[in-house]
Design a binder for this molecule. Structure first.
Ligand SMILES: Cc1ncc(COP(=O)(O)O)c(C=O)c1O
Length: 394
């Protein structure tokens, strides 16, 4: 993978497109370029066939049926469709929505809009120091008036993997629906039975070595009629999401999904976890004032290392590292907003600790050398900033 000399440690922001995915997509721009909704000619039929096959592949990767998968522009749209779509046709008796404190901003934003503008009561469920859901609180808040609970599968900043079957079991007892933002899940765990547990599942192409600009929302078949679309127009995808389906992107996402469920996937996760662990050990042994944010257990995204560099400013460290190492402060989608990470604050970190934290994320194309060099670069960057600070203070 050519990163133009930069070591890429930001796989949770976006993954490079896998060459096998790219190879699968190219013919659909060059030759079979049809509009999948052109039902009057053979080129359209061919494109439609490619989209059907893509739905089948994505559906298979989460244990769903092809007609239960709606293509969207990404997980942001899928999450918005899940929350807004369901709420707008909700029965008057179910007006409460529960979300975990560490959800992605697109879930929290959609929930806030429902509370501020559409009369829903939105409640935030706490997490513990490692980002795991507070089940006692969830249980206390569950009642017959809860419409939906949204808890992500894998956190994008600290990598926490939630206990999905346990959440599902609890909700079933109260008739509440479960939306699971699984954008970060396919690279972190086997998601082949996810549709058994969740009623709505969001995925994103570019978090699993597929292209940017494509995602899916799984909607349990019997819930389709209870969803209000966000987009109106030609009535594509059973009226749930109007607009021409971007066929080459669907094909790419499907290939990416196929790769994440092949026989190599588990080996890859183990290898990535070893590299991540090596990176953390190198930093810890390098006399840096560091601690790891998030889970200490196996229930963590294998590529995720969220590190607090006590007394330092994460933005300054990343600035010194440019252009040699790519990592990020908090969620990439939110960078540019000068506020501490809501995820790290939910764990109980102070604003200063949050501002001192960097998310490194490793993946499929990370090499052993990359990890060693990345640790060395970080160590030198922190040392140079410390000596600058010392010379300023004398
Ligand atoms: C957990 C999670 N949900 C949703 C999103 C948004 O995904 P997309 O970029 O496909 O809109 C992201 C992106 O960072 C994410 O990590």
């Amino acid at each position: 993978m050519d990163n133009q000399g930069t070591i890429y440690a930001d796989y949770q922001a976006t993954t490079p497109v896998d060459p096998r995915v790219l190879a699968k997509m190219v013919p659909f721009w060059r030759n079979s370029f049809g509009n999948p909704h052109s039902s009057d000619h053979a080129i359209g039929w061919q494109a439609d066939k490619a989209v059907q096959a893509a739905s089948a592949s994505v559906a298979e990767s989460i244990g769903a049926d092809p007609d239960e998968v709606i293509f969207t522009s990404g997980a942001t749209e899928a999450n918005n469709l899940a929350l807004l779509g369901l709420a707008r046709r909700a029965p008057a008796t179910r007006r409460r929505i529960l979300v975990s404190a560490t959800e992605h901003k697109c879930v929290l934003g959609a929930a806030r809009a429902l509370s501020e503008r559409e009369g829903f009561a939105v409640e935030v469920i706490s997490v513990d120091r490692e980002g795991f859901l507070d089940f006692e609180e969830l249980e206390k808040r569950l009642d017959g008036d809860v419409l939906l609970v949204s808890v992500m599968a894998v956190n994008n900043e600290i990598g926490t993997i939630q206990d999905i079957p346990r959440i599902a079991k609890l909700l079933t007892a109260h008739g509440a629906l479960y939306h699971c933002d699984a954008a970060q899940a396919p690279c972190a765990l086997d998601v082949s039975d996810l549709a058994m547990h969740a009623d709505l599942i969001s995925l994103s192409g570019h978090k699993m070595y597929g292209p940017q600009g494509i995602g899916t929302l799984y909607i349990r078949r019997d819930l389709k009629e209870t969803m209000e679309p966000l987009l109106y127009g030609g009535g594509q995808q059973e009226g749930l999401r109007s607009g021409t389906v971007p066929m080459p992107l669907c094909v790419g996402m499907a290939k990416a999904a196929e790769i994440t469920r092949d026989s190599e996937a588990e080996k890859e996760r183990k290898r990535v976890a070893q590299q991540r662990d090596m990176f953390v050990s190198l930093l810890k042994n390098g006399n840096l004032p560091v601690s790891v944010n998030g889970p200490t257990s196996q229930s963590r995204h294998p590529g995720n290392a969220n590190i607090c560099f006590h007394g330092c400013d994460a933005g300054d460290i990343l600035g010194v590292l440019q252009p040699r190492l790519a990592a990020s402060t908090g969620a990439a989608c939110a960078s540019g907003i000068p506020e501490p990470s809501h995820v790290l604050c939910a764990l109980g970190l102070t604003a200063a600790q949050s501002d001192a934290s960097i998310r490194f994320s490793f993946g499929r194309f990370t090499s052993h050398e990359d990890v060693k060099n990345a640790a060395h670069l970080v160590e030198s960057a922190v040392a140079s900033l410390s000596s600058e600070a010392t010379s300023r203070s004398v």
